[in-house]
Design a protein around this ligand. Structure first.
Ligand code: GLA
Length: 744
């Protein structure tokens, strides 16, 4: 009678994000909550009045249970009116949607188990985290467990194995399943083509049920700022079982263009509708003349192998040269790869030249051999936000190859970092860590990456296990550091996770520093430059002591998700941390959530609007944040590629002064952040915090800028004249502009 369906309608399709639920859906935004575990908590009659009330859309760490990992229960009390069933066309199945659960759940409806996703530590086979899966359980409307016109108790036993815990990343609800749930209307980002001021896109209406679909599809292309219709089209649809209909549109390639569609099913008159802001490109195509995009400084330890590929655009083939290189270091003229070993400490001023058949570009480049690494924020890719623990050598190589083929390497994107999920559960007899069946040969992978000018990153935990339940480095730190060095690792993300079990609620600052200092000592012994990233979510103000353990960056927050709420609270929440960022020590507000993400399941286009994505990249560059792309690069669409290859925007992140922007204006609707740049100029981010269009006139004078200073739009790579000519800015919802102010 009870049927468990895991994430049947994953709702990552653009159409279903907002309208998957029935119009009479009942949202379950609050629950009674307690930590611990007791089977009696599944019984409907249990008295939970003394429990705490939590929001279901946010992890419990954000709601007063800061550092709790382990079992917990939610109890949701919901009155289910019989009108929910009566108003439905198909009246047979109740759907319980619980969004994501960190990490495992077992769910009961009035004491009857209706579903389970993942495995608890005491289950046969052990703990399996399934936080990337959305939970959707279906219950027959006739089932005795459903009490119509009465209060029902939904009890959810949850286990959090590390990181954050609880129901999150979505709005849980109950409703009735309808035929229109079998219909998906999608506009795939990969299918959008840009041609200067126009874009062509494809809308696909597909039927995943084995019944016919009849209805009318109305589509409009809208000018959102002017509230006008650009074009509209109606179509009568008769879609066969498991078939689809496809429509093409040509639209303007500029901000503020929206598409809206609504499908009305014949007979039931049920409507599925959706409105989307269309992605638009701002980054101009690179010139044919060479341009050097690499940061102008490289920090390294004397005695360690050097690997640095000059990032440059321009008509291929490009030739590379460098004068003033320290002894022991050479450049490959055809690849731009600098290799060798610097033996003596010191600062070596180098001039790089990149040339092609049309001309040449030159740039001063300082090689600083000394104690510091990462003199500009690391840029690259990390497997977590797309592949989660399903990462494999093949997937890593595919993204690395795509990073090269799609030209991202020419803009300085270099690190290829494997996150959690690569370790075998047991160590070798000599106690070295061994990769699991998904990664047969780490050294070969490292060599493969290095031969292409890329760097190799890896992940571990100071605890016995990582957050995903894989083997950690506890008590094997030195062995692991030397194994990483032998594999050619260039970057280590070291994630607290199960170190809780070792720290055992000891809140002394030294307890938080200790595991990071043990790995620091182990890394210092290696003859290899391994950038050290602390991942412990900002506990005990890590920014104040991260440099003490020779870390080059530290996560300042809990995990990011691809929503405005998550990225804006993390990004705009960095304001007070600006004194702690600088060359060789960066605040890390987490990996980027653009492109196709999904944490190993339900890979879906980011749920950020295009304007929010411009804001995301602009803010991360102003913050001097490490830039780690978190999407599947082999599926990189034209919009996201354009977003990640703007040399003037990325130069703001990679500025050698390394200062983090300060927030200069903050009110309900607007924020202005200003970053000091090495050339005496400034980068300015103006952000619309509202969900509507907003006009902003910058208070130039109050900000201390002179009327004659020259202003440039960094995204469009265009001059706007001087401060006194900059017009009032019209910013889209959650949108922004990124300006560069010249020093004179
Ligand atoms: C934690 C980290 C994430 C990721 C996962 C891996 O949640 O914050 O960035 O590394 O662990 O399990």
């Amino acid at each position: 009678m009870f049927q468990k369906i895991t994430a049947t309608f994953a709702c990552w399709l653009l159409s279903c994000a907002a309208f998957a639920q029935h119009k009479d859906a009942i949202f379950l935004d609050k629950a009674q909550f307690t930590t611990g575990d007791d089977p009696a908590w599944s019984f409907p009659g249990f008295d939970d009045k003394t429990w705490k009330t939590l929001q279901t859309g946010q992890v419990w760490q954000a709601q007063g249970f800061d550092n709790y990992h382990g079992f917990a229960w939610y109890r949701i009390h919901v009155f289910v009116p019989s009108s929910l069933r009566e108003n439905a066309f198909w009246k047979d199945s109740l759907r319980l949607f619980l969004a994501h659960v960190n990490d495992v759940d077992e769910t009961y409806f009035n004491g009857v188990k209706v579903g389970k996703t993942g495995a608890f530590p005491d289950d046969a086979g052990g703990y399996v985290s399934k936080w990337p899966a959305t939970r959707e359980y279906h219950i027959a409307a006739e089932a005795a467990a459903v009490k119509w016109d009465a209060e029902n108790i939904i009890s959810i036993k949850v286990y959090d194995g590390g990181g954050t815990g609880g129901i999150f990343m979505g709005a849980p609800y109950i409703d009735m399943l309808e035929k229109t749930d079998g219909l998906a209307i999608t506009m795939a980002a990969e299918d959008i083509r840009y041609d200067a001021d126009k874009a062509t896109l494809t809308l696909t209406v597909s039927n995943s049920y084995s019944v016919y679909f009849d209805g009318v599809l109305k589509t409009k292309i809208l000018d959102a700022a002017a509230h006008g219709i650009i074009t509209q089209k109606n179509a009568v649809l008769h879609i066969r079982p498991l078939d689809k209909s496809v429509f093409h549109f040509t639209v303007p390639n500029r901000p503020g263009v929206e598409i809206s569609w609504s499908f009305t099913q014949t007979g039931t008159t049920l409507v599925r509708s959706e409105k989307q802001t269309l992605p638009y490109t701002l980054t101009p195509s690179p010139a044919d003349l060479p341009r050097i995009n690499s940061a102008a400084v490289l920090g390294l330890h004397p005695g360690s192998p050097v690997l640095f590929k000059i990032a440059a655009t321009g008509k291929k083939p490009l030739r590379y040269a460098a004068s003033g290189l320290p002894a022991g270091v050479q450049i490959d003229p055809s690849t731009g790869m600098i290799g060798g070993v610097v033996t003596d400490s010191g600062s070596y001023p180098v001039v790089i030249t990149v040339s092609n058949s049309l001309g040449k570009a030159q740039q001063h480049f300082n090689i600083v051999a000394g104690a510091r690494l990462a003199l500009t924020p690391p840029m690259g890719w990390n497997s977590w936000n797309c592949w989660g623990i399903n990462v494999s050598a093949d997937k890593v190589m595919q993204s690395a190859q795509a990073l090269i083929d799609k030209g991202l390497i020419d803009y300085g994107w270099t690190y290829i970092n494997i996150d959690d999920g690569w370790q075998k559960p047991v160590r070798a007899t000599d106690s070295s860590v061994v990769p699991n069946e998904k990664f047969d040969d780490m050294m070969a992978l490292g060599t493969w990456l290095h031969s292409r000018g890329l760097k190799f990153g890896i992940y571990s935990s100071p605890g016995p296990r990582t957050c995903g339940g894989y083997l950690g480095s506890y008590r094997n730190e030195e062995k692991d550091a030397s194994t990483y060095a032998a594999w050619g690792v260039d970057y280590l993300k070291y994630d607290w996770c199960s170190y809780d079990e070792i720290a055992r609620n000891d809140s002394a600052l030294t307890t938080f520093i200790k595991p990071y200092s043990i790995m620091d000592e182990a890394l210092q012994k290696q003859k290899r430059d391994i950038v050290y990233n602390l991942c412990q979510y900002g506990m005990r103000d890590v920014w104040k002591w991260g440099s003490q353990v020779h870390a080059q960056s530290w996560r300042t927050t809990e995990d990011i998700e691809d929503t405005w709420q998550s990225f804006s609270s993390i990004g705009f929440g960095q304001a007070r941390l600006y004194p702690y960022a600088g060359p060789g020590h960066w605040n890390d507000p987490d990996m980027m959530i653009v492109g196709k993400v999904g944490w190993g399941q339900d890979l879906h286009p980011t749920r950020l609007t295009p304007d929010e994505q411009y804001t995301h990249v602009s803010l991360w560059c102003l913050l001097s944040a490490p830039l780690l792309i978190g999407c599947d690069l082999s599926k990189l669409d034209a919009f996201t590629r354009n977003l990640l290859t703007n040399s003037e925007v990325l130069a703001i992140d990679q500025d050698v002064l390394g200062s983090q922007a300060q927030r200069m204006v903050e009110n309900d609707s607007t924020q202005v952040w200003v970053k000091q740049l090495a050339d005496g100029g400034k980068a300015i981010g103006v952000f619309n915090m509202t969900s509507g269009y907003s006009h902003v006139r910058l208070p130039w004078k109050e900000l201390g800028f002179r009327r004659t200073q020259r202003v440039r739009d960094a995204w469009r790579q265009k001059s706007l004249g001087t401060v006194q000519n900059v017009p009032r800015l019209l910013l889209p919802p959650h949108g922004s502009v990124l300006l560069k102010l010249a020093s004179n």
